[in-house]
Design a binder for this molecule. Sequence first.
Ligand code: PLP
Length: 396
Amino acid sequence: HVHISLNIRGLSQSSTLAINERSTRLEREGRKVFRMGLGQSPFPVPPPVVEALQANAHQKDYLPVRGLDALREAVAVYHHRAQGIERSANDVLIGPGSKELLFILQLCFYGDLLVPSPSWVSYAPQAAIAGRQHRWIDTRREDGWRLTPEALDAVCRADPDRPRILILNYPSNPLGVTYSPEQLLALARVARRYGLVVLSDEIYGEVHHQGRHASIARWYPEGTIISGGLSKWAGAGGWRLGTFTFPPGLRGILDAMAVVASESYTSVSAPIQHAAITAFSGGPDMAEYLARSRRVLRQIGPAVAARLRAAGCDLDDPEGGFYLFPDLSAFRERLAARGIHDARLLCERLLEDTGVAVLPGSDFGRAPAELCLRLAYVNFDGTRALAGAASLDDGA
Ligand code: PLP
């Protein structure tokens, strides 16, 4: 259409949100839908954080573009507590969801954008909207779908001095995998060799199932921007609060992003920012809440993976987050006999015929050769009941 910007033409609404809306439509028509499409936290917002929001409902003023001083301070302290990383309030930028901050980063960053594939649905469309190119780095099932230092090195070696940014997300949506300290150290060495900026998307860091999340910033502090927020570990996706934490040497990028923020959303909702201070400040209530969340995820994730393996899918147990990425290649012939030749069509038919809402693996970056699905295992009724239960029996 002549009135639509060239950057947007051909893009459609994010597939995770689209499947959610479609599921709702089917439910309204009286169908039973098993919602394994959108990955939403099943956990309630921790009560002390809700109380802080209620106590701050009267906050009505615009706040500083970069975020409330006390919240930026709390985020800096949080990173020190969680990862031993030294940051100050001046290194933190608060935004309306980390998704918006990731988008603004793409508007501001000068240089090449490297994105492992498969990876989160929105990185590439955001690049397209921002009018920039990106380069996929394929990962493989036999490497556990992890980016290898060799693959990263191979991309950078051809032109070692080019400015580049690498987006690395762990625990991963859609893959459910994370990186060990040794693997992060090896990637950090390559990143340092080529002076990469690493955008470390750690939005699922606190829902590492064993509570052992490590940030690549520990090994590459000078080049790592940490992306986080309330959506996944504080159950507050709809509150829209994300955080970027920069190394002092990259504060120029923060300043540029603050310019865009000031000319677009101005500042994040005032009551939400005040309440977020409670979440980031931690304490026994938050620790107990997170321990319980991890216990629930540890029970459900591996159990669902085991059932899928028993049924003939190829996948590992999840290590963090809410997702599984089963490979259904073993079913190719049987599916082809029913006219199903790709993951997208498989998802259509699953939803139509069985009410199971899942997403095609091919929506997550460059389509892998395998026939993969992404399954969010936290949103069906049983998980929600477990997540909301007052007590949880470890053996259950
Ligand atoms: N990054 C990843 C990998 C995600 O899965 C999501 C949410 O689905 C986001 C970023 C964005 O989260 P938010 O904008 O709610 O902070």
